[in-house]
Design a protein around this ligand. Structure first.
Ligand SMILES: *Cc1c(COP(=O)(O)O)cnc(C)c1O
Length: 489
């Protein structure tokens, strides 16, 4: 990037009186002054910049962003896979993207068919009876799923089920969604091998439990082998089993949550089904249910009549609406395009490669990074920092140093089971060359930690800013020039 523009705000390029535009002279008579009360007290704080500077500034800023289209993005539990451009083209088609959300059924048959088809495909992939695509994200799907579960219990006159059991390895959204649903969260601990401790779970199950939430493979990337046994216990206690399918990647075409005994599940289309989601959106968290629970799903629902027409309907027992109309339609179209272009064989291949790539990286790095859980992982795995802790170089330092080498950092300090968690998910879309370069850099950093620990601890050295104060950046983000001026920076 050109140094003249590097790391500068457009306001810092501003020079009084400089303009990048020319307006034609007025061609209509002036019509009196605006009333006093409508006038600004101070002039607008706009930057005064010439046109080339504006173009160069924004073009340079656009390349400051890190995305899966610019480099390897091994962020665990996020599935930052490459998103084929055909999906973007499908969802950007003006006939789809330009449609008004309130278009009547008869005039939106194509869009409703797309929604309906994706619903059916996800039901097939998940082994569920029906899906709704309405929720906007994974966490929103969890909340919707828990509301379905509550509606189910209440429909049976059972109002005493106020608890949700969540494993200690769960994604933070699980307990959060349960709390938002007004349910009490009870944590169940994991075995040393990273799976749910069945003996710890058993005594927690009684008639106050609404649901048990599980992730499989769990957030450590470990496959939970005891699900059928757990499903039996949960059902015997009158509770339902919820599947967090945010990361369905390694399961595609291999195993189905419905067949394992799960009653309700969500899928993150923006992870497994190829929608770019860096920076927090847009997402889609479809929810699937087993036979018998369909009537509780949120409305509107898309159904197909015997005459082959697609209609929007609701059910008397529906929990109500959870989103504006039918959710994030653009994301749904990308997922549909992705599934149809890969086909069932292609999806299965994607899942297998995601697993192979994760195991390849794990086995290649375990000589220098501490692997707390042995065995074959699925799509992701967790290191507990460097093996050599004597250098004082932490997981945070390794992550920051990776930025200097042009990689996005893995997920760090999650899951909470280990002090120095470093969670890597390479995804299926990376070539062996990319994985080898990453492995090489991770080894290099581990060596630097021994030879020059201070340099690693002060990384990154090649980015516009080095180490912001994470807490302050989250609590008081300075997102406008006015914020920065107010802070006196
Ligand atoms: C990402 C993720 C979620 C949350 O999904 P959002 O779309 O970010 O709300 C839930 N569970 C797991 C296991 C995840 O990886």
């Amino acid at each position: 990037m050109n140094r003249e523009y590097y790391g500068k705000l457009i306001f810092e390029l501003s020079r009084p009186g400089r303009v990048g535009y020319g307006l034609p002279g007025r061609q209509v008579p002036e019509s009196g002054a605006l009333p006093e009360g409508l006038l600004r007290e101070q002039p607008l704080r706009l930057p005064e910049v010439d046109e080339p500077s504006v173009v160069r500034h924004y073009t340079n800023v656009s390349t400051n962003n890190f995305g899966v289209d610019t480099g390897f993005y091994p962020l665990g539990s996020c599935t930052m896979k490459y998103n084929p451009k055909i999906n973007e083209q499908m969802s950007a088609m003006p006939r789809m993207s330009g449609m008004h959300p309130a278009t009547p059924d008869y005039a939106s048959q194509g869009a409703l068919e797309a929604y309906y088809t994706l619903q059916k495909l996800l039901a097939e992939i998940g082994g569920m009876s029906e899906f709704t695509l309405n929720p906007f994200a994974g966490a929103h799907g969890e909340l919707t799923g828990l509301m379905v579960i509550r509606a189910y219990h209440q429909s049976r006159g059972d109002y005493g089920r106020t608890k949700v059991i969540v494993p200690d390895s769960a994604h933070g959204t699980n307990p959060a969604s349960a709390a938002v649903a007004g349910l009490k969260v009870v944590e169940v601990k994991s075995n040393p091998d990273g799976t749910v401790d069945v003996d710890a779970l058993r005594p927690l199950l009684d008639d106050t439990v609404a649901a048990v939430m599980m992730t499989n493979p769990n957030t450590l990337g470990i496959f939970e082998k005891h699900v059928p046994e757990i499903a039996e216990m949960v059902h015997a206690a009158g509770a339902l089993l919820y599947y967090d399918g945010a990361n369905l990647n390694p399961m595609l075409g291999m195993a189905r949550p419905g067949d394992m005994g799960f009653d309700v599940m969500h899928i993150n289309l923006h992870k497994t089904f190829s929608t770019p989601h860096g920076g927090g959106g847009p997402g889609s968290g479809p929810v699937g249910v087993r036979a018998g629970l369909e009537k509780f799903l949120p409305e509107p629902r898309v159904k197909k009549t015997d005459a082959g027409e697609y209609i929007l309907t609701g059910d008397a027992d529906s929990l109500g609406s959870v989103s504006a109309t039918l959710g994030n339609f653009g994301v749904q179209l990308k997922a549909l395009s992705y599934i149809l272009s890969l086909g069932s064989e292609g999806l299965k291949e994607a899942g297998k490669l995601a697993t192979l790539n994760a195991n390849y990286v794990k086995e290649s790095l375990r000589d220098m990074y501490l692997l707390p859980i042995e065995g074959v992982c699925k799509h992701e795995f967790v290191f507990d920092g460097l093996i050599d802790k004597s250098t004082g170089v932490t997981t945070l330092d390794v992550a920051k140093r990776l930025l200097d080498y042009g990689y996005h950092a893995p997920t760090i300090y999650f899951p909470l089971l280990f002090h120095e968690s470093l969670m890597i998910e390479p995804t299926e879309t990376e070539s062996k060359d990319t994985l080898d370069s990453f492995i090489d850099v991770m080894h290099r950093i581990a060596k630097e930690a021994k030879t020059d620990p201070e340099m690693v601890k002060s990384a990154p050295h090649n980015t516009p800013i080095s180490r912001p104060d994470d807490t302050q950046a989250a609590l008081r983000p300075l997102t406008t020039y006015a914020d920065i001026c107010d802070e006196g920076l």
